[in-house]
Write a protein that binds this ligand. Structure first.
Ligand code: GLV
Length: 327
């Protein structure tokens, strides 16, 4: 009998084909996310779980899945998975790092450009049929080229954003818990600075940190107040890194000029105070959403599951120590 997998998404055809060779796969194929009780019911007899960042894999779920050997999230962020809880049960947790860096960086840059150059406002205006024709002072935004970009979190995605910024002759500052190697700083023309200096000197701030207790509300009333007047904030990391109410207040007070957000504190909800604002660009958590990249992510999750059941170490294990304990 083939091992059983519950996949909380229908995945893409190449990943389905790969999985179905060796597993009996039960898919959740509806657009809305599975209700919690349905998820708990469906994992009860499964050997493996493939899930999205919307599913919490915690003690409650793991207690209901006594046969589970792996929880593979189709995302690079894994704040949805209680990794120590998996480790305690010798369950491997995996994620999908590496394949989405450039796609996400492209999108962070798209947001930066959209908010600075008022692309969304322009599009909305054209669709009303009321554009009277060219004029000198219409929808003037802020320049991008030659400005200072502050990157908070200089991991793979932050560095991919820095690479793009070079094409715009931007000065690049970064802050991170760890300083990058001198070669990386040199190649990316990036200067390591304190968070305070980054906030004070950047015209654009792009956030690329994981969600951790120490990064929750990293952007708050105090840090927003330290931002350069007229600066823009871009967030493609995790919503709770930004205190949305404080952001709305800073925009209302015009201490900063705009924000572009792909992630939200309580997804799928968006703070109403942000929704009506023209100085905010809002997108539905799609920074990694190219067909190519999302397919690679699904394949990666499938390959991690396959590796485990073939007796190999899954390439993207978050807790390889669980594997050692299980053998
Ligand atoms: C998306 O947000 C991811 O973590 O992959």
């Amino acid at each position: 009998m083939k091992p059983k997998v519950f996949s909380t998404h229908g995945l893409f055809p190449p990943a389905r084909t790969l999985l179905e060779k060796s597993f009996d796969v039960d898919y959740w194929s509806r657009e809305e996310r599975p209700p919690r009780d349905e998820l708990l019911r469906r994992v009860a007899d499964k050997d493996a779980l493939i899930c999205l960042l919307t599913e919490k894999v915690n003690d409650e779920l793991l207690d209901r899945a006594p046969k589970l050997r792996i929880a593979a999230t189709v995302s690079v962020g894994y704040d949805n998975i209680d990794v120590p809880a998996c480790t305690r049960r010798k369950i491997i947790a995996t994620h999908t790092p590496g394949v989405l860096d450039d796609t996400t960086a492209d999108f962070a840059f798209a947001l930066l450009m959209a908010v600075a150059r008022r692309v969304v406002e322009g599009d909305a205006w054209m669709r009303t049929g009321t554009w009277p024709g060219w004029n000198l002072d219409q929808l003037c935004g802020g320049d991008i080229w030659g400005k200072t970009l502050g990157i908070i979190g200089f991991g793979r995605i932050g560095r991919a954003v820095a690479k793009r910024a070079q094409g715009f002759d931007m000065r690049i500052l970064y802050s991170d818990a760890r300083r990058a190697a001198p070669e990386a700083e040199r190649d990316l023309h990036a200067e390591f600075v304190s968070l305070d200096r980054l906030l004070a000197e950047s015209d654009f701030i792009s956030v690329h940190v994981p969600l951790l207790p120490e990064t929750r509300h990293l952007i708050n009333a105090q840090t927003l107040a330290k931002m350069k007047p007229g600066a823009y904030l871009i967030n493609t990391s995790r919503g709770p890194v930004v205190d949305e109410a404080a952001l709305a207040a800073a925009l209302e007070a015009k201490t900063i000029r705009g924000a572009a957000l792909d992630v939200f504190e309580s997804e799928p909800k968006v703070l109403p105070a942000l929704v009506g604002r023209k100085d905010v660009v809002l997108t539905p958590h799609i920074a990694s959403a190219s067909v190519e990249t999302r397919t690679k992510m699904a394949m990666m999750a499938a390959e991690n599951v396959i590796a485990l059941f073939e007796g190999r170490r899954p390439a993207n294990a978050l807790n390889p120590e669980a594997l050692a304990a299980a053998t």
